[in-house]
Design a binder for this molecule. Structure first.
Ligand code: MCA
Ligand code: AMP
Length: 488
């Protein structure tokens, strides 16, 4: 397969990555990642401690150069989640920034310092292996293993091959007229597809650059879009915060007005926020729709008609169909009838790691069942209207399984029964709500204690934001919890 990053191979002197005051050109990145790749070559699989820092980007590019599958790990993973990911993916070493404190689950692994590799970059005195020092890799070779939540059970590792990364980024090049002149700004986490594949590998594949803010704030967005950045990627929560800030922030409005492309994804951007941003800046945010397992499926095109509330049209190479409840594909689209989205194409993952059962269940005749419900108008635009599984919550753009949180809550000694639901939230899209029957009615565990318990075991973004206490959970005759009867 041709190289994933031609600008690295060409040793371009243009900027590639910037995180705060640390930056690398493509040539420097070729050196940094090349050195690191030489150290990890031949490993079976590596973990990357995915802080929002330069070292994470270098570590992932090194793994791709060396052909070693990389598992990006949320550095805020709680104990249980991390233990599962480590046991399931069995990495042989971990790449981390030198100042990172690694938890016990990773402490037993050999540790390679991503920061040192980056520091020696571009130094003519340092010997760096050339990109062609590494073997030619099959397009089907696994590149990344990205963990994603399901309705029940622990997260599953989606195995993403090199071919899917190349296919999705090249389809976006076409849809967004994305070039080497684009400078992307974002503040997304680097352990998911959005922030890592689109937000870091995307600019590198185009030979352009990315400036990562470390953490999201509107000041950083203003600063970068006013000083050369051309594109912004974000989740709807970020655009909602921008929409809220715009009324009193003329500099933010001016910066957004000057951007070439504002892109939202990972969850639906409410039309109200679309409209507020358009009114204040004259610019339309465009939405694209993707999934960890499929990378990107659809997008509003840069040269297409922007339509708030739709996720655009299928990307080049992606086949998309809607099917009815019995699995029969629609023959025509009327803009009204709702069906499940199924997709097929080179953008798809290969399998869930160690989960042949789940992999088989995810496909029907080669089509991947997304679980997303949508309508499609005769012009091809897709409008997502809901999800098949009510036990999946999208909060802040993160997918979170209710069952995973319920299991952890039930282990708290103060909890007798637990149910988790998602409720509409203006900022997060959905907010996690825990419904608790305390073990001792007179001394229920506090909401903060339960939130800390979930954050410590799973991840901070999976913690309940609201806790409601009940004497009993509503159950049907079979004893099954009736979640639809739970609302505040
Ligand atoms: C709060 N914190 C805690 C606790 N409470 N930590 C431990 N225990 C607690 N009890 C900490 C957090 O770690 C964090 O630290 C800070 O407090 C605030 O956290 P949080 O409340 O979670 O932040 P937020 O305001 O809710 O964050 C909003 C956000 C975030 C920035 C928009 O949700 C986000 O980054 N979303 C992006 C999700 C994403 O990338 N999804 C892509 C997957 P500190 O302040 O230090 O940070 S979907 C995908 O990839 C597909 C393919 C697609 O289509 O894109
Ligand atoms: P994840 O599994 O975390 O990668 O999340 C994928 C899910 O995010 C999809 O199945 C959709 O439900 C949702 N999603 C992603 N992009 C959009 C979008 N633009 N509009 C609505 N939902 C989206």
């Amino acid at each position: 397969m041709s190289p994933l990053f031609p600008a690295l191979a060409a040793r371009s002197e243009r900027p590639a990555l910037r995180f705060g005051d640390r930056a690398l050109t493509h040539a420097e990145l070729a050196d940094a990642a090349g050195s690191l790749a030489a150290r990890i070559a031949g490993e079976r699989r590596i973990a990357v401690w995915a802080t929002p820092t330069l070292g994470t980007a270098v570590g992932v590019v090194a793994a791709l150069l060396a052909g070693v599958p990389a598992v990006p790990v949320n550095p805020r993973s709680g104990e249980r989640e991390l233990a599962h990911i480590v046991a399931d993916s069995a990495p042989t070493l971990v790449v981390a920034e030198p100042d990172a404190t690694l938890p016990p689950a990773l402490a037993g692994l050999a540790r390679v310092d991503a920061g040192t590799a980056a520091a020696g970059a571009g130094d003519p005195a340092t010997e760096h292996p050339r990109d062609d020092a590494f073997p030619e890799l099959s397009p089907e070779a696994p590149a990344l293993i990205v963990y994603t939540s399901g309705t029940t059970g622990p997260p599953k590792g989606a195995v993403v091959p090199r071919r899917a990364i190349a296919a999705t980024l090249d389809a976006l090049e076409d849809a967004w007229q994305w070039t080497a002149d684009d400078v992307l700004v974002h503040a997304l986490p680097l352990f998911h597809v959005h922030g890592l594949i689109l937000g870091i590998l995307g600019p590198l594949r185009r030979g352009g650059s990315v400036r990562h803010l470390g953490r999201f704030d509107t000041e950083g967005v203003t600063r970068e879009l006013s000083s050369g950045a051309t594109m912004l990627f974000g989740v709807p929560t970020m655009y909602h915060r921008i929409a809220e800030a715009l009324a009193d922030d003329a500099a933010l409005a001016k910066a957004l007005a000057g951007a070439r492309l504002l892109v939202s994804g990972s969850a639906a951007l409410p039309v109200h926020d679309h409209e507020r941003i358009a009114a204040a800046t004259g610019r339309r945010v465009i939405e694209r729709y993707g999934m960890t397992e499929t990378l990107m499926n659809t997008s509003v095109r840069a040269d297409g008609e922007p339509r708030a509330g739709t996720v655009g049209v299928p990307l080049g190479g992606v086949e998309l169909r809607l099917v009815d409840e019995s699995g029969v594909a629609f023959e025509a689209y009327d803009g009204e009838t709702v069906g499940e989205i199924q997709v097929r194409g080179p953008n798809l993952f290969t399998e869930y790691l160690n989960r042949p059962d789940a992999t088989e269940a995810a496909f029907t005749d080669g089509w991947f069942r997304t679980g997303d419900m949508a309508i499609r108008d005769p012009g091809g635009y897709v409008r997502i209207v809901g999800r098949k599984a009510t036990d999946l919550i999208k909060s802040g753009g993160y997918k979170i399984g209710a069952g995973e949180i319920e299991n952890v809550l039930l282990e708290h000694p103060g909890v007798r029964e637990a149910a988790v639901t998602g409720e509409p939230d203006a900022d997060l899209g959905e907010r996690i709500v825990a419904w608790i029957v305390p073990a001792h009615a007179e001394a229920p565990p506090s909401a903060e204690e339960l939130a800390n318990h979930v954050a410590a075991q799973l991840a901070a973004h999976k913690r309940p934001r609201t806790v409601r206490y009940l004497d009993a959970l509503p159950r049907n005759d079979m004893g099954k919890i009736m979640k639809r009867a739970l609302h505040g």
